[in-house]
Design a protein around this ligand. Structure first.
Ligand code: SF4
Length: 318
């Protein structure tokens, strides 16, 4: 009862916009939906199609089977590669096994793979700024395991070994925080003055836009709730960015994870969602906050997105 009473001082809810699904996630989900529609279940998906528990559960209920590796797919099983991309070795394995494959890799991740091939192909050591163990970095590293090295932070930038200091380039995981990456690139440039990078930023438009919007919302909010799953890189970055902008910020898979104590004394609560989190989850959070007595729900828009990607030819409608 005391927790309810504390949380009911809530006055304002400010929604960061853009938030929630990006074009790459919408495309990846549509690939699985279309594959189920056209071929019927089961459709095998290597790894989570996008890093969100609700999306995965919904597709599972409709006949998608999520596997960690291709050896779990039976002979002839229709297989979808997730939005995060795969290493060439995985593609080879699928070809060797004769598996029919639909590739849902986000085109912006595919662009980073293409850069990795180009940079390593001209003889560079490529330093990939990103997080260890994430499926996207594993896929990119797989383009040339002997020539690409992971650099997770500025400390690693000081020590990472390269073959020739005059032939070094860098790439960036698409979902990192812009300010964090700048620190790592500065450290690399001090060590390797001839360092070259991607022509345009690897951090994707959706990551950049969501970070900018949540930064502005966090600057005027006491608490920020970011809807997204624990393993979602871009959602986690939104929490960190909101904290750096001065708010208390929490990552929640869905409304059931909100702890009323977080809201005690908060006049303004900001809400955002990672690029893999469905808009319906945000609606549920807003409904709960309204139920707690929020008097005003507004939207703070920093940019309007109009990006859309075409589906792979295998599932395109004629
Ligand atoms: S967050 Fe960016 S890179 Fe990842 S799926 Fe969305 S648009 Fe593509």
């Amino acid at each position: 009862m005391a927790e309810w009473a504390g949380a009911s001082s809530l006055r304002q809810v400010v929604l960061a916009s853009p938030r929630s699904f990006c074009a790459g996630v919408e495309r990846a989900i549509a690939v699985v939906e279309q594959a189920l529609r056209q071929h019927g279940p089961p459709v095998y998906v290597r790894k989570q199609i996008v890093h969100n528990a609700r999306v995965v559960a919904d597709l599972q209920a409709r006949g998608a089977i999520f596997v960690d590796e291709l050896d779990e797919v039976p002979a002839g099983g229709l297989t979808v590669f997730s939005a995060h991309g795969v290493a060439p070795a995985v593609r080879r394995e699928a070809v060797e096994r004769g598996l029919p494959v639909i590739d849902a890799t986000c085109p912006l991740v595919a662009k980073v793979h293409a850069e990795a091939r180009r940079f390593t192909g001209r003889g560079d050591t490529v330093l990939l700024i990103g997080h260890a163990g994430h499926e996207e970095t594993e896929g990119t590293l797989g383009e040339a395991p002997a020539r690409i090295r992971l650099v997770p932070d500025p400390a690693a930038a000081e020590t990472v070994p390269v073959d020739d200091p005059d032939r070094v380039s860098y790439l960036v995981q698409t979902t990192l925080a812009t300010d964090e990456v700048a620190g790592v690139v500065d450290a690399l440039r001090r060590r390797f003055p001839a360092l070259t990078g991607p022509g345009s930023d690897d951090i994707c438009y959706a990551t950049t836009n969501r970070q900018r919007a949540v930064t502005e919302v966090a600057a005027r909010a006491d608490v920020v709730l970011v809807v997204g799953s624990d393993n979602s890189s871009n959602s986690r970055r939104l929490v960190e960015v909101a904290e750096r902008a001065g708010a208390r910020a929490y990552l929640i898979d869905d409304v059931s994870r909100v702890d009323l104590r977080w809201l005690a004394g908060a006049g303004t609560v900001g809400v955002s969602a990672g690029a893999s989190a469905p808009p319906a989850l945000v609606d549920e959070v807003v409904a709960a906050l309204t139920g707690l007595g929020a008097r005003e729900v507004s939207e703070h828009t920093t940019t309007v997105e109009d990006v859309a990607f075409t589906l792979p030819k295998e599932v395109r409608q004629p």
